[in-house]
Write a protein that binds this ligand. Structure first.
Ligand SMILES: Cc1cc2nc3c(=O)[nH]c(=O)nc-3n(C[C@H](O)[C@H](O)[C@H](O)COP(=O)(O)O)c2cc1C
Length: 172
């Protein structure tokens, strides 16, 4: 692991958080980092629902069965895309753009000492429908994932998952 890339290798999924508030200014920084991501033809089709209220975090946890850490999180984002805004109105472009923004947010949070966990929503219909109903999303807005955010308790260690079998030099 190149020490200059420590901010990448030390980003881990954090599923336990301290009972401590995440300041709105930090959430703003994360959103700014997210919106600095590349997007196809710079269409920036992303939208972010920002959650800090315990009641809403719990309601989201009711929908995302693999996201129970939301109940302890200080905040969360729901990352959504506007299909009408996506390049060629293609869902694939939109999901690639939102994924780039999501990873930017995870890395930015880690650099600021926050812990995060990417919580899958798309393409599971029950999760997408639950979020659509909870936030009364317009038909053109598609939820892709949520990000739990909080001050890490017992953060997992940095690690590399480098696997030479995945690398194909010049040909398959
Ligand atoms: C598309 C996607 C969906 C994920 N969904 C969940 C989830 O619902 N719950 C969860 O705890 N982790 C979820 N994760 C996190 C992965 O489990 C985690 O990134 C993976 O195990 C690698 O561990 P690391 O993030 O610590 O490097 C998701 C990650 C991705 C990219």
């Amino acid at each position: 692991m190149n020490p200059k890339l420590a901010f990448i290798f030390s980003r881990r999924s954090v599923r336990k958080y301290e009972d401590r508030e995440v300041p709105p200014e930090m959430l703003h920084d994360l959103l700014e980092a997210g919106m600095a991501a590349p997007s196809a033809v710079a269409r920036d089709p992303w939208h972010f629902i920002v959650l800090r209220d315990k009641n809403k975090l719990n309601q989201l946890a009711d929908i995302l069965t693999h996201g129970q850490m939301l109940r302890q999180a200080g905040a969360a984002f729901v990352v959504c895309g506007d299909i009408n805004q996506a390049h060629d109105q293609k869902e694939s472009y939109m999901l690639q753009d939102l994924s780039a923004a999501t990873e930017n947010i995870l890395l930015a949070a880690n650099a600021l000492g926050l812990g995060t966990c990417w919580l899958g929503v798309h393409p599971r219909p029950e999760r997408m429908d639950g979020i659509r109903k909870l936030f009364q999303l317009p038909d053109n807005i598609i939820p892709m994932c949520s990000i739990a955010i909080g001050w890490p308790k017992d953060p997992p260690p940095a690690r590399t998952r480098f696997n030479p079998d995945k690398v194909h030099q010049g040909a398959w």
